[in-house]
Design a protein around this ligand. Structure first.
Ligand code: AKB
Length: 314
């Protein structure tokens, strides 16, 4: 019987991942942990604990209590916040992952999944169709911690037989929990602003191009990677992609369904972070090794988001 522990379970991806995993493995078998208290309805559904991943002893106590077989380690500080508080980002992202891997080693947790990101690449990386294996010299603290996590996980896999797996997410768009502190947050904000009938001020250039993915694909990809037979995997860290688009294309995609939607572009320091990342991703390695297939393109995502936010019906 699988017992799954999720860190960062109240975050943008973590919260929907907990629901998806509970649907698959049963509410009692998925333990939500987060630095924040989940809301009352979530507390009622299944086990949860407050967890600060920088505290080795706190993780250890929770692992001893629940004896998980897998950990989805989602707790992280994203790129824009990471540049405001780089020392804290280092501790939460890198030290937090080191703690999780060490405790997994000590207590024989079979699998540890940690999302990586397009931010693990840097300005010297080829920007178009960025391959799975290429130059990785990020220049944000978030990117530096994530590329280090990939290497650390591979070290634990090789030396301690922990089944570490990681996928490099593009910008993830979702409606349940707003993202916090990411560079790709402008894309989410376009949908939330349209739903609130508010003018959107986009903090990147209209032509800034990044890879994106709708949450249902993000959940499918991480669960599929976790379930993939070990013998099919040559790599441990994978590019995953769905589609790429400019900021203007996202705004226009929203406007197609919300004709009076207003937006303006006021680029700030976050546009420079976006400019250091790939514009499109080659995820053929994930497609080959664990049969990754995305379902949503930009228009499908826009319709999904606007339905979830009760802007359009159907
Ligand atoms: C961010 O913008 O920091 C994240 C990411 C691309 O990893 N959404």
């Amino acid at each position: 019987m699988e017992k799954i522990l999720v860190t960062g379970g109240c975050g943008q991806i973590g919260s929907e991942l907990v629901s998806a995993l509970r649907g698959k493995f049963g509410n009692e078998n998925v333990i939500l942990t987060d630095i924040n208290v989940p809301n009352y309805e979530v507390q009622e559904i299944g086990p949860w604990e407050i967890l600060d991943v920088t505290s080795y002893e706190s993780i250890k106590a929770i692992i001893k209590k629940f004896e998980p077989t897998r950990i989805f380690h989602m707790a992280a500080i994203l790129s824009a916040t990471g540049e405001k508080i780089p020392q804290t980002a280092f501790k939460i992202n890198l030290l937090g992952t080191f703690n999780v891997l060490e405790i997994a080693r000590e207590f024989g947790v079979r699998q540890v999944i940690v999302p990586s990101t397009i931010a693990a690449f840097g300005p010297e990386t080829p920007k178009i169709n960025t391959p799975n294996e290429t130059v990785m010299r990020p220049n944000t603290m978030y990117g530096i911690t994530k590329v280090s996590i990939e290497l650390l996980g591979e070290y634990y896999a090789k030396n301690y037989k922990i089944d570490f797996r990681s996928l490099r997410y593009p910008g993830i768009i979702s409606s349940d929990v707003k993202p916090g502190g990411g560079t790709t947050d402008y894309a989410n904000a376009l949908y939330f602003d349209a739903a609130a009938k508010k003018k959107s001020i986009v903090f990147v250039n209209p032509q800034t191009t990044l890879p994106f993915m709708f949450m249902p694909d993000a959940l499918d990809s991480i669960i599929q990677l976790s379930e993939a037979p070990q013998e099919n995997l040559v790599h441990r860290s994978f590019n995953v992609a769905a589609f790429s688009c400019t900021a203007l294309e996202i705004a226009e995609s929203v406007k197609k369904y919300v004709p009076n939607f207003q937006f303006d572009f006021v680029p700030d320091h976050r546009d420079k972070i976006a400019a250091s990342w790939p514009q499109s991703i080659d995820d053929s390695v994930a497609r080959k090794e664990w049969n990754w297939r995305h379902k949503y393109d930009l228009d499908g995502m826009t319709r999904g988001m606007l339905k979830n936010l009760n802007v359009i019906s159907g």
